[in-house]
Design a protein around this ligand. Structure first.
Ligand code: ADP
Length: 297
């Protein structure tokens, strides 16, 4: 079985549904409140585990009740949490207000994620034993760079999701094998408005790029090969939260299994299409048999 390590965030999403978001100084009565385990790191770990890989999560939760639930959620999907530290203080949270027009405003408090600013020797050992390391930008950049450098030293493939989008330092780009921005991130990183032009600009920086294009699908560019455009299955989306994380987690498994790139992208698109037809991020992620059933070559 392929082994995927994920170095990244765990967050409890605190979601409030209101008719209209309050202005400063205003109090409103909302409709509903729910807590949803998330964080891009944890979401990608769950997607990869459900897609059939052995997955280890490196990161931190707080010593609060959210931390227990975040750990539990990962374990429930089969993710190994031996390298998920429990630290003094609160877990990461995202305070999300969703209004009736579907608009949202979000406050992210890193909490325990902010303590993941270096690698322990154990973390490094784990990374070097994996086939692939998945990285995002919801933990301190120093740890992301250290993780990617450790992976590179040992020939472990690095897959970076540049979210939340921010300038990528040269030392990180130098050790990134595959960069997977969504369209917005690709445009923000490059200043190009056309996704293909943005992908081409990114290919100057890393050897492989996948730009995800929402319901349209994805675009793959690698040096020395023809670009691939892989459409997404046509489905009725209910909730696209976590679509990108489902896509990346599943894609990483397929590539680690050495599926041909076109097949890997279609397989990931099948997984993401299943997830958008259900509510929730990690809870909506499909297991391997469902992906295989949805996948069409
Ligand atoms: P993110 O979730 O990071 O913003 P995207 O919106 O680009 O990323 O979605 C990631 C992938 O999820 C897409 O490449 C596509 O395969 C799938 N996806 C997203 N939205 C839909 C949709 N409405 N229908 C089918 N697939 C979708």
């Amino acid at each position: 079985m392929t082994h995927i390590a994920v170095l990244g965030s765990t967050n409890m999403d605190l979601v409030t549904y209101v008719m209209k978001a309050p202005q400063r100084g205003e109090t409103v009565t909302g409709r509903e409140f729910c807590t949803i385990p998330g964080g891009k790191g944890a979401n990608q770990a769950i997607a990869a585990a459900r897609a059939g890989a052995t997955v280890s999560m490196i990161g931190a939760v707080g010593n609060d009740s959210f931390g227990l639930r975040l750990r539990d959620t990962l374990e429930h999907s089969g993710v190994d949490t031996d390298f998920l530290r429990t630290v003094e203080g609160p877990s990461g949270t995202a305070h999300i207000v969703v209004d009736d027009e579907g608009g949202n405003s979000i406050v992210v408090i890193p909490g325990a994620n902010g303590t993941v600013d270096h690698l322990s020797p154990g973390d490094e050992g784990l990374i070097t034993s994996a086939d692939t390391l998945l990285l995002q930008l919801e933990i301190p950049l120093a740890a992301v760079v250290a993780g990617a450098e450790a992976a590179r030293r040992h020939g472990v493939r690095t897959v970076l999701t540049p979210s939340p989008v921010q300038p990528l330092p040269p030392e990180l780009l130098a050790v990134t094998d595959l960069l997977v921005p969504n369209q917005y991130e690709a445009i923000t990183l490059t200043g190009r408005t056309d996704p293909r032009e943005a992908a081409t600009a990114l290919l100057e920086l890393v050897p492989e790029v996948v730009v995800t294009l929402g319901a349209t699908g994805s675009l793959y560019l690698a040096r020395g090969v023809d670009p691939l455009v892989v459409p997404a299955p046509r489905v009725t989306a209910v909730d696209t939260t976590g679509a990108g994380d489902t896509f990346v987690g599943t894609l990483a498994v397929a590539l680690a299994e050495e599926k041909p790139v076109h097949e890997a992208l279609s397989w990931a698109a099948a997984a993401a299409a299943i997830s958008v037809q259900r509510a929730g991020a990690s809870v909506s992620m499909p297991y391997r048999p469902e992906i295989d059933a949805r996948y069409t070559a």
